[in-house]
Design a protein around this ligand. Structure first.
Ligand code: GDP
Length: 326
C-alpha cells in the first residue's frame, strides 16, 4: 500500500489542482481499511467549502450505444471552451464473468491526454450502493480540485441509473436509432428520469433513421407528466465521429442550469440529494455493522439450515439474528 499523506498535504494538493494528489485522495476515500476512514473524513470535511460549484452530468446508455466515443468528443468540446472536465466512470464489474465491462479497452484515450480533463474509473465490486457513495465523494474532491464539469458515466443495464440520477444535476440518456426500446434494454423508468435523450451515431446512412427516432422519442416523452422543475426533456441527435450536435447538447445543458438556478430547483435538487445521501449512508452502515458482527457471522449457518429445514420462519430467523446485536 502506498504511504498515506497528511490531511493537510491532501487538501493543499487538491486545492492547487495537483492530479497525482487528487488521485491519491480518491484512493484514500475508496479505501475499505478502517484506519483510512478518519483521514478520508477529515479531508472531505475540509474540502467541502470548495466543492459544489460544477455542473454534474450523468450519462447512461446500453453498451455499444457510443458512450465512451461521445464522452470523448463532448469532453473535448468542453475543454475547447477552456473548461475543466472530470469523467467518473462507474464500472459494474460483471457478476457473471467476474471481469469488467469497461476495463477491457483503452477508453477516451485522446481526452485523457488533455490537461483540462481527468478520467477516473470507479471499480464497483459487488456493492452498487457503496460505489455511489464513493462516487459522490470523488465528485466533491474533483470539484475542489477545480473541475467545472463532472460527468458520471454508467452502463444502462440496471439499478445504477437511479443511483446516478440521485447525484447529478442533469441526466442524459444516449439511445441508438432504429432499435426498439426493448431491443435497447432501456426500461421505461429510465426514460422517465432523463432530462434529455440524445440519439447517437447520426451520420452516414443513419441520419434519416435518427431523425425519425427523434420524432418518436419526442412523442413518447410527451406522454409523461411534466416534471416538477418545469423542464421538458429534450431530444437531440449527434455524431461523435463527425462532431455534430455536441455544441447544441452543451448549450441545452447551460440553458437547463440557467432555468433551474432561476426557479430554485437547482439548489432544491441538491439539498434533496444530500438528504438521500445521508439515508443511503445510514442503511449502508447499519447493514455493514450487522453482517460484520461476529455473533451474527457465527450463527448464520445454523439459522440458514433451520430455514431450509422448515424449522424457522424467515422473519423469526431475522429477528433472532437482530437480537444477537443487543
Ligand atoms: P459504449 O460501449 O457505449 O461506450 O460505446 P463505444 O463508444 O465504445 O462505441 C461503440 C461502437 O460504436 C464503436 O465501434 C464506435 O466506433 C461506434 N460509434 C460510437 N460513436 C459513433 C458515431 O458517432 N458514429 C458512428 N458511426 N459510430 C460510432
Amino acid at each position: 500500500m502506498q504511504k498515506r499523506l497528511s490531511a493537510n498535504e491532501y487538501i493543499q494538493g487538491i486545492l492547487s489542482g495537483n492530479r497525482v494528489i487528487l488521485s491519491r485522495a480518491i484512493t484514500l476515500v475508496e479505501s475499505q481499511l478502517s484506519q483510512d476512514k478518519n483521514l478520508a473524513q477529515e479531508v472531505l470535511e475540509k474540502i467541502l467549502p470548495f466543492s459544489g460549484k460544477s455542473i454534474r452530468i450523468g450519462i447512461t446508455g446500453v453498451p455499444g450505444v457510443g458512450k465512451s466515443t461521445f464522452i470523448e468528443a463532448f469532453g473535448k468540446h468542453i475543454t475547447s471552451q477552456n473548461k475543466k472536465i472530470a469523467v467518473l466512470a462507474i464500472d459494474p464489474s460483471s457478476q457473471r464473468t467476474g471481469g469488467s465491462i469497461m476495463g477491457d479497452k483503452t477508453r477516451m484515450e485522446e481526452l485523457s491526454h488533455e490537461s483540462n480533463a481527468y478520467i477516473r474509473p470507479s471499480p464497483s465490486g459487488n456493492s452498487l450502493g457503496g460505489v455511489a457513495n464513493k462516487t459522490r465523494e470523488t465528485m466533491l474532491l474533483c470539484e475542489a480540485a477545480g473541475f467545472e464539469v463532472i460527468i458520471v458515466e454508467t452502463v444502462g443495464v440496471g439499478q445504477s441509473e437511479t443511483i446516478v440520477k440521485g447525484m447529478v444535476d442533469f441526466f442524459l440518456l444516449l439511445m441508438l436509432s432504429g432499435a426498439g426500446d426493448e431491443l435497447q434494454g432501456i426500461k421505461r423508468g429510465i426514460m422517465e428520469m432523463a432530462d434529455a435523450v440524445v440519439i447517437t451515431k447520426t451520420d452516414g446512412d443513419n441520419i434519416q433513421k435518427a431523425k425519425n427516432a427523434r420524432m418518436e422519442y419526442i412523442h413518447a416523452l410527451h406522454l409523461y407528466p411534466p416534471s416538477q422543475n418545469n423542464w421538458y426533456p429534450q431530444v437531440l441527435t449527434c455524431s461523435a465521429l463527425e462532431k455534430t450536435g455536441l455544441f447544441e447538447i452543451w448549450e441545452m445543458i447551460i440553458d437547463f442550469q440557467k432555468k433551474m438556478l432561476a426557479n430554485g430547483f437547482w439548489q432544491r435538487n441538491r439539498q434533496e440529494q444530500n438528504l438521500e445521501w445521508m439515508y443511503a449512508f445510514i442503511k449502508q452502515t447499519l447493514t455493514a455493522q450487522f453482517f460484520d458482527n461476529q455473533l451474527v457471522k457465527n450463527n448464520i449457518p445454523l439459522i440458514e439450515a433451520k430455514i431450509l429445514a422448515g424449522e424457522l420462519l424467515p422473519i423469526q430467523a431475522a429477528n433472532t439474528l437482530f437480537k444477537l446485536l443487543n
